[in-house]
Design a protein. Structure first.
Length: 428
Protein backbone atom coordinates (compact mmCIF):
# COMPACT_ATOMS: atom_id res chain seq x y z
CA UNK A 1 0.00 0.00 0.00
CA UNK A 2 1.17 3.50 -0.82
CA UNK A 3 0.97 4.72 2.78
CA UNK A 4 3.32 2.12 4.16
CA UNK A 5 5.74 2.57 1.28
CA UNK A 6 5.81 6.34 1.12
CA UNK A 7 4.74 7.95 4.36
CA UNK A 8 6.69 5.79 6.79
CA UNK A 9 8.95 2.77 6.92
CA UNK A 10 6.07 0.33 6.87
CA UNK A 11 7.26 -2.43 9.18
CA UNK A 12 8.25 0.04 11.90
CA UNK A 13 4.81 1.64 11.94
CA UNK A 14 3.01 -1.68 11.90
CA UNK A 15 5.00 -2.83 14.91
CA UNK A 16 4.32 0.47 16.64
CA UNK A 17 0.59 0.25 16.04
CA UNK A 18 0.44 -3.31 17.30
CA UNK A 19 2.23 -2.27 20.47
CA UNK A 20 -0.11 0.65 20.97
CA UNK A 21 -3.16 -1.55 20.59
CA UNK A 22 -1.80 -3.83 23.31
CA UNK A 23 -0.70 -1.12 25.73
CA UNK A 24 -3.44 0.33 27.89
CA UNK A 25 -1.43 2.99 29.71
CA UNK A 26 -2.54 6.45 28.59
CA UNK A 27 -1.92 9.98 29.72
CA UNK A 28 -5.25 11.38 28.56
CA UNK A 29 -8.83 10.26 28.12
CA UNK A 30 -9.85 9.02 24.71
CA UNK A 31 -13.23 9.37 23.08
CA UNK A 32 -13.80 5.99 21.46
CA UNK A 33 -14.24 6.11 17.72
CA UNK A 34 -17.71 5.66 16.28
CA UNK A 35 -18.17 3.58 13.15
CA UNK A 36 -21.36 4.71 11.46
CA UNK A 37 -23.50 3.64 8.55
CA UNK A 38 -23.36 0.84 6.04
CA UNK A 39 -20.11 2.12 4.54
CA UNK A 40 -18.29 2.01 7.90
CA UNK A 41 -14.57 1.21 7.82
CA UNK A 42 -13.39 -2.28 8.77
CA UNK A 43 -12.33 -2.63 12.40
CA UNK A 44 -8.62 -2.60 11.62
CA UNK A 45 -8.91 0.71 9.77
CA UNK A 46 -10.46 2.68 12.60
CA UNK A 47 -8.32 0.79 15.14
CA UNK A 48 -5.25 1.96 13.27
CA UNK A 49 -6.41 5.58 13.23
CA UNK A 50 -7.25 5.47 16.92
CA UNK A 51 -3.95 3.84 17.80
CA UNK A 52 -2.05 6.44 15.81
CA UNK A 53 -3.72 9.25 17.72
CA UNK A 54 -3.52 7.54 21.13
CA UNK A 55 0.16 6.90 20.75
CA UNK A 56 1.03 10.51 19.95
CA UNK A 57 -1.07 11.73 22.87
CA UNK A 58 0.43 9.10 25.17
CA UNK A 59 4.03 9.99 24.32
CA UNK A 60 3.40 13.74 24.47
CA UNK A 61 3.97 14.45 20.79
CA UNK A 62 0.59 16.17 20.42
CA UNK A 63 -2.08 17.39 22.81
CA UNK A 64 -5.02 15.88 20.98
CA UNK A 65 -6.76 15.02 17.73
CA UNK A 66 -10.17 14.98 16.10
CA UNK A 67 -11.03 13.16 12.89
CA UNK A 68 -14.09 12.42 10.82
CA UNK A 69 -14.49 10.53 7.56
CA UNK A 70 -17.39 10.20 5.15
CA UNK A 71 -17.98 7.96 2.18
CA UNK A 72 -20.50 8.61 -0.55
CA UNK A 73 -21.90 11.49 1.46
CA UNK A 74 -22.40 9.50 4.67
CA UNK A 75 -20.28 9.96 7.78
CA UNK A 76 -18.74 6.56 8.48
CA UNK A 77 -16.20 7.20 11.23
CA UNK A 78 -15.47 9.92 13.78
CA UNK A 79 -13.13 9.93 16.75
CA UNK A 80 -11.11 12.11 19.09
CA UNK A 81 -8.20 11.66 21.45
CA UNK A 82 -6.32 13.64 24.06
CA UNK A 83 -6.93 17.10 25.40
CA UNK A 84 -8.21 20.43 24.15
CA UNK A 85 -6.67 21.92 27.29
CA UNK A 86 -4.01 19.83 29.04
CA UNK A 87 -3.62 22.08 32.05
CA UNK A 88 -7.33 22.04 32.89
CA UNK A 89 -7.90 18.42 31.80
CA UNK A 90 -10.47 19.38 29.16
CA UNK A 91 -10.75 16.48 26.70
CA UNK A 92 -10.72 16.93 22.96
CA UNK A 93 -14.20 15.92 21.73
CA UNK A 94 -15.90 15.85 18.35
CA UNK A 95 -17.48 19.28 18.76
CA UNK A 96 -14.42 21.08 20.15
CA UNK A 97 -13.91 24.39 18.38
CA UNK A 98 -10.49 24.78 16.80
CA UNK A 99 -8.51 27.28 14.75
CA UNK A 100 -8.55 26.01 11.18
CA UNK A 101 -5.93 28.51 9.90
CA UNK A 102 -5.36 28.04 6.14
CA UNK A 103 -8.39 25.78 5.78
CA UNK A 104 -10.07 29.20 5.63
CA UNK A 105 -8.70 29.58 2.09
CA UNK A 106 -11.09 27.15 0.33
CA UNK A 107 -14.01 28.90 2.06
CA UNK A 108 -12.82 32.24 0.70
CA UNK A 109 -12.55 30.69 -2.77
CA UNK A 110 -16.14 29.44 -2.56
CA UNK A 111 -17.30 32.90 -1.48
CA UNK A 112 -15.63 34.43 -4.53
CA UNK A 113 -17.12 31.83 -6.87
CA UNK A 114 -20.61 32.61 -5.55
CA UNK A 115 -20.13 36.16 -6.83
CA UNK A 116 -18.71 34.86 -10.11
CA UNK A 117 -21.81 32.72 -10.63
CA UNK A 118 -24.01 35.73 -9.95
CA UNK A 119 -22.18 37.75 -12.60
CA UNK A 120 -20.96 40.31 -10.08
CA UNK A 121 -17.32 39.26 -10.39
CA UNK A 122 -15.35 37.94 -13.36
CA UNK A 123 -12.38 35.60 -13.23
CA UNK A 124 -10.67 37.73 -15.87
CA UNK A 125 -11.51 41.04 -14.22
CA UNK A 126 -8.50 43.13 -13.28
CA UNK A 127 -7.93 43.44 -9.55
CA UNK A 128 -7.58 47.19 -10.08
CA UNK A 129 -11.30 47.38 -10.90
CA UNK A 130 -11.99 46.68 -7.24
CA UNK A 131 -8.79 47.80 -5.49
CA UNK A 132 -7.42 50.83 -7.37
CA UNK A 133 -3.93 50.71 -5.84
CA UNK A 134 -3.34 47.46 -7.78
CA UNK A 135 -3.18 49.50 -10.99
CA UNK A 136 0.29 50.67 -9.97
CA UNK A 137 1.62 47.18 -9.20
CA UNK A 138 5.29 46.58 -9.95
CA UNK A 139 7.27 43.36 -9.98
CA UNK A 140 10.69 42.89 -8.40
CA UNK A 141 13.48 42.13 -10.88
CA UNK A 142 15.45 40.56 -8.03
CA UNK A 143 14.39 39.32 -4.61
CA UNK A 144 17.48 40.93 -3.09
CA UNK A 145 18.07 44.65 -2.55
CA UNK A 146 20.48 46.46 -4.86
CA UNK A 147 23.66 48.24 -3.76
CA UNK A 148 21.58 51.27 -2.80
CA UNK A 149 19.36 49.22 -0.50
CA UNK A 150 16.35 49.38 -2.83
CA UNK A 151 14.57 46.85 -5.04
CA UNK A 152 14.89 47.04 -8.79
CA UNK A 153 11.36 46.85 -10.16
CA UNK A 154 9.39 47.18 -13.37
CA UNK A 155 5.69 47.68 -14.15
CA UNK A 156 3.82 44.39 -14.43
CA UNK A 157 3.35 43.20 -18.00
CA UNK A 158 0.14 41.39 -17.03
CA UNK A 159 -2.22 43.01 -14.50
CA UNK A 160 -3.32 40.93 -11.55
CA UNK A 161 -6.59 39.20 -12.41
CA UNK A 162 -9.15 37.69 -10.06
CA UNK A 163 -8.26 34.22 -11.34
CA UNK A 164 -4.63 34.87 -10.37
CA UNK A 165 -5.73 35.39 -6.76
CA UNK A 166 -7.65 32.11 -6.82
CA UNK A 167 -4.71 30.35 -8.47
CA UNK A 168 -2.29 31.74 -5.85
CA UNK A 169 -0.33 33.07 -8.81
CA UNK A 170 -0.79 36.79 -8.20
CA UNK A 171 2.80 37.54 -7.18
CA UNK A 172 1.55 38.48 -3.70
CA UNK A 173 3.63 37.06 -0.85
CA UNK A 174 3.80 37.55 2.87
CA UNK A 175 3.10 34.20 4.53
CA UNK A 176 5.08 33.35 7.67
CA UNK A 177 4.31 29.66 7.15
CA UNK A 178 6.63 29.34 4.15
CA UNK A 179 9.56 31.73 3.86
CA UNK A 180 12.53 31.86 1.47
CA UNK A 181 14.42 34.36 3.65
CA UNK A 182 15.20 36.74 0.77
CA UNK A 183 15.20 40.51 1.22
CA UNK A 184 11.86 40.73 -0.57
CA UNK A 185 10.38 38.03 1.62
CA UNK A 186 11.52 39.91 4.73
CA UNK A 187 9.91 43.08 3.40
CA UNK A 188 6.59 41.28 2.92
CA UNK A 189 6.85 39.70 6.36
CA UNK A 190 7.27 43.15 7.90
CA UNK A 191 4.83 45.11 5.76
CA UNK A 192 2.54 42.58 4.09
CA UNK A 193 -1.08 41.76 4.80
CA UNK A 194 -0.36 39.80 7.97
CA UNK A 195 2.00 42.38 9.48
CA UNK A 196 1.16 45.25 11.79
CA UNK A 197 -2.35 46.49 12.43
CA UNK A 198 -5.27 47.77 10.42
CA UNK A 199 -8.47 46.68 8.77
CA UNK A 200 -8.61 44.26 5.87
CA UNK A 201 -8.87 47.23 3.50
CA UNK A 202 -5.90 49.03 5.03
CA UNK A 203 -3.69 45.95 5.09
CA UNK A 204 -4.43 44.98 1.50
CA UNK A 205 -3.86 48.52 0.20
CA UNK A 206 -0.52 48.64 2.04
CA UNK A 207 0.60 45.26 0.77
CA UNK A 208 -0.22 45.96 -2.88
CA UNK A 209 2.23 48.87 -2.81
CA UNK A 210 5.08 46.39 -2.24
CA UNK A 211 6.95 44.83 -5.18
CA UNK A 212 5.40 41.59 -6.39
CA UNK A 213 7.53 38.44 -6.33
CA UNK A 214 6.88 37.54 -9.96
CA UNK A 215 4.69 38.40 -12.91
CA UNK A 216 1.02 37.60 -12.21
CA UNK A 217 -0.09 34.27 -13.61
CA UNK A 218 3.38 32.76 -13.87
CA UNK A 219 4.05 30.93 -10.59
CA UNK A 220 2.22 29.46 -7.60
CA UNK A 221 3.13 31.20 -4.36
CA UNK A 222 1.93 30.64 -0.81
CA UNK A 223 1.15 34.15 0.36
CA UNK A 224 -1.64 36.66 0.82
CA UNK A 225 -3.66 36.06 -2.35
CA UNK A 226 -6.69 34.84 -0.39
CA UNK A 227 -6.56 37.89 1.88
CA UNK A 228 -6.61 40.20 -1.13
CA UNK A 229 -9.50 38.15 -2.51
CA UNK A 230 -11.41 38.63 0.75
CA UNK A 231 -11.16 42.39 0.28
CA UNK A 232 -12.45 42.05 -3.29
CA UNK A 233 -15.45 40.14 -1.93
CA UNK A 234 -16.14 42.99 0.49
CA UNK A 235 -16.06 45.55 -2.31
CA UNK A 236 -18.26 43.55 -4.67
CA UNK A 237 -20.77 42.38 -2.05
CA UNK A 238 -20.80 45.78 -0.33
CA UNK A 239 -20.66 44.19 3.10
CA UNK A 240 -17.93 43.01 5.49
CA UNK A 241 -16.25 39.80 4.39
CA UNK A 242 -17.17 37.93 7.58
CA UNK A 243 -20.84 38.93 7.17
CA UNK A 244 -20.84 37.63 3.60
CA UNK A 245 -19.46 34.27 4.77
CA UNK A 246 -22.12 34.04 7.43
CA UNK A 247 -24.99 34.89 5.12
CA UNK A 248 -23.97 32.93 2.04
CA UNK A 249 -22.08 29.88 3.37
CA UNK A 250 -22.24 29.32 7.13
CA UNK A 251 -25.95 29.92 7.74
CA UNK A 252 -27.17 27.98 4.66
CA UNK A 253 -24.93 25.00 5.54
CA UNK A 254 -25.86 25.19 9.24
CA UNK A 255 -22.23 25.80 10.21
CA UNK A 256 -23.24 27.25 13.56
CA UNK A 257 -19.81 27.14 15.17
CA UNK A 258 -17.77 28.75 12.39
CA UNK A 259 -16.68 32.39 12.51
CA UNK A 260 -13.61 34.59 12.56
CA UNK A 261 -11.62 34.42 15.79
CA UNK A 262 -13.81 35.86 18.56
CA UNK A 263 -12.53 38.30 21.22
CA UNK A 264 -10.60 36.93 24.24
CA UNK A 265 -13.64 36.71 26.52
CA UNK A 266 -15.24 34.30 24.04
CA UNK A 267 -12.23 32.06 23.42
CA UNK A 268 -12.48 29.83 26.50
CA UNK A 269 -14.13 27.02 24.55
CA UNK A 270 -11.41 26.93 21.87
CA UNK A 271 -8.81 24.19 21.97
CA UNK A 272 -5.50 25.53 23.26
CA UNK A 273 -2.49 25.63 20.94
CA UNK A 274 0.73 23.88 21.95
CA UNK A 275 4.22 23.58 20.56
CA UNK A 276 7.45 21.79 21.52
CA UNK A 277 10.29 23.20 23.63
CA UNK A 278 13.99 22.40 23.21
CA UNK A 279 13.46 19.15 25.13
CA UNK A 280 10.67 18.07 22.81
CA UNK A 281 8.05 18.60 25.52
CA UNK A 282 4.64 20.10 24.82
CA UNK A 283 4.30 23.67 26.03
CA UNK A 284 1.36 26.03 25.79
CA UNK A 285 1.63 28.76 23.18
CA UNK A 286 0.92 32.15 24.79
CA UNK A 287 -2.57 33.41 24.00
CA UNK A 288 -2.70 35.73 21.05
CA UNK A 289 -4.25 39.15 21.34
CA UNK A 290 -7.53 39.10 19.50
CA UNK A 291 -7.38 40.67 16.08
CA UNK A 292 -9.27 43.90 15.48
CA UNK A 293 -12.89 43.32 14.57
CA UNK A 294 -12.34 44.71 11.08
CA UNK A 295 -9.34 42.44 10.37
CA UNK A 296 -11.08 39.43 8.87
CA UNK A 297 -8.52 37.67 6.66
CA UNK A 298 -9.39 35.34 3.83
CA UNK A 299 -6.27 33.21 4.19
CA UNK A 300 -6.79 32.19 7.81
CA UNK A 301 -8.46 33.31 11.01
CA UNK A 302 -11.57 31.14 11.10
CA UNK A 303 -12.51 28.87 13.98
CA UNK A 304 -14.77 25.90 13.38
CA UNK A 305 -15.58 22.33 14.37
CA UNK A 306 -15.03 19.07 12.54
CA UNK A 307 -18.79 18.72 12.07
CA UNK A 308 -19.12 22.18 10.56
CA UNK A 309 -16.20 21.75 8.20
CA UNK A 310 -17.46 18.34 7.15
CA UNK A 311 -20.64 20.01 5.91
CA UNK A 312 -18.54 22.39 3.84
CA UNK A 313 -16.34 19.58 2.51
CA UNK A 314 -19.31 17.41 1.61
CA UNK A 315 -20.84 20.36 -0.21
CA UNK A 316 -17.76 20.54 -2.43
CA UNK A 317 -17.58 16.77 -2.82
CA UNK A 318 -21.23 16.75 -3.89
CA UNK A 319 -20.73 19.34 -6.60
CA UNK A 320 -21.84 22.41 -4.63
CA UNK A 321 -24.84 21.13 -2.67
CA UNK A 322 -25.39 19.63 0.77
CA UNK A 323 -28.59 18.52 2.53
CA UNK A 324 -30.73 20.15 -0.12
CA UNK A 325 -28.87 23.48 0.03
CA UNK A 326 -27.11 24.63 -3.13
CA UNK A 327 -24.10 26.88 -2.65
CA UNK A 328 -22.52 26.50 -6.10
CA UNK A 329 -23.35 24.92 -9.43
CA UNK A 330 -21.63 21.60 -10.25
CA UNK A 331 -19.75 23.14 -13.17
CA UNK A 332 -18.34 25.82 -10.86
CA UNK A 333 -17.02 23.22 -8.42
CA UNK A 334 -15.61 21.24 -11.35
CA UNK A 335 -13.73 24.35 -12.43
CA UNK A 336 -12.41 24.93 -8.91
CA UNK A 337 -11.19 21.36 -8.51
CA UNK A 338 -9.39 20.90 -11.83
CA UNK A 339 -5.68 21.79 -12.00
CA UNK A 340 -5.26 25.30 -13.42
CA UNK A 341 -1.57 24.97 -12.47
CA UNK A 342 0.04 21.60 -13.09
CA UNK A 343 3.10 22.00 -10.87
CA UNK A 344 4.99 24.15 -8.41
CA UNK A 345 2.58 23.73 -5.50
CA UNK A 346 4.59 23.46 -2.28
CA UNK A 347 7.63 22.62 -4.39
CA UNK A 348 9.85 24.50 -1.94
CA UNK A 349 8.77 21.97 0.68
CA UNK A 350 9.91 19.07 -1.48
CA UNK A 351 6.42 17.96 -2.49
CA UNK A 352 5.63 16.66 -5.94
CA UNK A 353 2.54 15.55 -7.81
CA UNK A 354 0.42 18.54 -6.78
CA UNK A 355 -1.34 21.08 -8.94
CA UNK A 356 -3.67 23.90 -7.98
CA UNK A 357 -7.25 24.61 -8.88
CA UNK A 358 -9.11 27.72 -7.72
CA UNK A 359 -8.41 27.89 -3.99
CA UNK A 360 -7.51 24.20 -3.56
CA UNK A 361 -4.62 21.81 -4.09
CA UNK A 362 -5.35 19.13 -6.69
CA UNK A 363 -3.49 15.84 -7.01
CA UNK A 364 -2.14 15.54 -10.57
CA UNK A 365 0.06 12.46 -10.06
CA UNK A 366 -0.82 10.10 -7.22
CA UNK A 367 2.41 8.15 -7.70
CA UNK A 368 4.56 11.24 -7.12
CA UNK A 369 2.90 12.52 -3.95
CA UNK A 370 4.00 11.59 -0.45
CA UNK A 371 0.45 11.41 0.87
CA UNK A 372 -2.28 8.77 0.52
CA UNK A 373 -4.47 10.00 -2.33
CA UNK A 374 -5.73 9.47 -5.85
CA UNK A 375 -5.22 11.60 -8.93
CA UNK A 376 -8.04 14.11 -8.99
CA UNK A 377 -8.35 14.40 -5.21
CA UNK A 378 -8.48 17.94 -3.82
CA UNK A 379 -7.45 19.12 -0.38
CA UNK A 380 -5.81 21.72 1.78
CA UNK A 381 -4.23 21.91 5.21
CA UNK A 382 -3.73 24.47 7.99
CA UNK A 383 -0.82 25.91 9.96
CA UNK A 384 -1.74 24.26 13.27
CA UNK A 385 -1.87 20.72 11.87
CA UNK A 386 -5.28 20.53 10.23
CA UNK A 387 -6.28 18.80 7.00
CA UNK A 388 -9.30 18.18 4.81
CA UNK A 389 -9.51 16.19 1.60
CA UNK A 390 -12.10 14.95 -0.87
CA UNK A 391 -11.47 12.01 -3.19
CA UNK A 392 -13.97 11.96 -6.08
CA UNK A 393 -12.83 8.58 -7.41
CA UNK A 394 -13.35 6.81 -4.08
CA UNK A 395 -16.12 8.89 -2.50
CA UNK A 396 -13.98 9.51 0.58
CA UNK A 397 -14.00 12.83 2.44
CA UNK A 398 -11.90 13.33 5.54
CA UNK A 399 -10.96 15.92 8.14
CA UNK A 400 -8.12 15.49 10.63
CA UNK A 401 -7.40 18.10 13.30
CA UNK A 402 -4.63 18.85 15.76
CA UNK A 403 -3.65 22.15 17.40
CA UNK A 404 0.13 22.40 17.36
CA UNK A 405 2.11 25.42 16.24
CA UNK A 406 5.18 24.70 14.08
CA UNK A 407 8.42 25.83 15.69
CA UNK A 408 12.16 25.18 15.81
CA UNK A 409 11.64 22.05 17.93
CA UNK A 410 8.43 20.76 16.33
CA UNK A 411 8.36 17.82 13.95
CA UNK A 412 6.11 17.85 10.91
CA UNK A 413 2.50 16.80 11.55
CA UNK A 414 2.89 13.65 9.47
CA UNK A 415 0.37 11.82 11.66
CA UNK A 416 -2.36 14.16 10.41
CA UNK A 417 -1.58 13.04 6.85
CA UNK A 418 -1.03 9.42 7.89
CA UNK A 419 -4.49 8.97 9.40
CA UNK A 420 -6.31 9.09 6.02
CA UNK A 421 -4.07 6.27 4.81
CA UNK A 422 -6.08 3.82 6.91
CA UNK A 423 -9.24 5.09 5.25
CA UNK A 424 -7.80 4.65 1.76
CA UNK A 425 -6.32 1.28 2.69
CA UNK A 426 -9.76 0.01 3.69
CA UNK A 427 -10.83 0.39 0.04
CA UNK A 428 -8.06 -1.84 -1.33
Amino acid sequence: MKFFGKVVAGSALLILLLLVLLVSLQRAPVTNGNALGENAFPWWSHAGIQALFDYHVWNGTRSGFIAAFARDGETVYATSAGYADIENKVPMVLDTRIRIASMTKPITAVAAMILVEEGKLGLDDSLAQYIPVAASARVALSHQRNAGGEFDTAPVQQPILIRHLLMFASGVGGSNAISDNTDLDKLWQNQGVNAGVGSLEQRVDRALRLPLFEEPGTQWRYGGSADVLARVIEVVAQQPFTDFLQARIFAPLDMQHTEHLPPPDQQAELARIYTQNENGELVLVPERIAEAKDWTPGGGGLVSTVGDYMRFALMLANGGSYAGVKILQPETVANMTRPHLQSGVLASQGLEGLGWGLGLAVVVDEDATLTPDRTGDFWWAGYFGTLFFASPSTGLVGIVISQNEPGPYSDLPWMVFAAPAFAFASLE
